[in-house]
Design a protein around this ligand. Sequence first.
Ligand code: AHR
Length: 339
Amino acid sequence: MFKLRNTFCLLMALIVIAALCACNSQEVQVDDVDEDTSLIVVGFSQPGAESAWRVALTDSVKEAFTEDAGFKLIYKDGQSKQDNQIRDIRTFIQQGVDYIILSPIVETGWDTVLEEAEEANIPVIICDRNVVVSNEKLYTTFVGSDFSEEGKKAVDYLEKEFPPDSEGNEPEVNIVHIQGTLGSSAQIGRSKALELALEKHENWNVVAEDCGEFTKAKAKEIMKQVLREVRSSDIDVIYCENDDEAAGVIAALDDAGIPHGEGTGMTIISFDATRKALEFCLNGDINFEVECNPLQGPYLVDMVKLLERGESAPKHTYIDEGEFTKDDLTPEFIEKRKY
Ligand code: AHR
């Protein structure tokens, strides 16, 4: 009888401990990881699905990390919140994935969770945008875009479009600046290039600036507001930090019946070079497109394979990216474009 009661108490205690553990782990939902141990398990944390570009990046990663290629991919969408991405990385750590791929919404604020990944011995590959951390050892490698270089291409184009006159006098250039998600590498690099150009050209002025969050809806709203405050004839350039924002700006201008793009005196610059944006460019609605390449899946697979072989990865790999004006484009080229 005594033994039975003891066993019963022990059982109850175990149930209580198990329940407490369950409560404590409620913040982190742990899905089952595939039992097939031959697959390399990769957790991929995306900031969200704010743009056509990002959807193309997600597709590229999903197409590259297939089971046929030897991978089990766990994809998490952070719904445009850093806290969600941090929670998703903690989930990957609990699941014991082999690699974590992080496309960070902003550059800072990752130290703690990356330290947790390091303690768990999980290599972290940063993709698309970069992070700024106290110790670069907190991530293994970075694969993505050089956003400063992208911004420089846009500024070089503007410098050619608005040259000084024969006496060296610079024209006045009034710019509307629609920024991307503040604090993201994409915004920082592209905005910085414009800021440097403003320091260099004293006749270049920003007449309006706001953050479009890399979305069409927000950029359209901003542009409508700008048109209430600034005469359209006073706007020479609209510098959109991605194609979704450019689409929003174009929609606002079209609604207001304002001509824009080629031959109108209102130059539109955009980044990404998605298929839809290249169509705008070919039609003359967008003057200059700086490419940002989302087809990063194969590069990331190569990186994982290299690490699997025990080789060391380069700290930074920047993907090749081009630039386009109307003259570089044909309908056939755009038709064949993957994103
Ligand atoms: O980080 C890349 C940027 O993020 C792309 O320009 C944009 O479209 C995306 O949302």
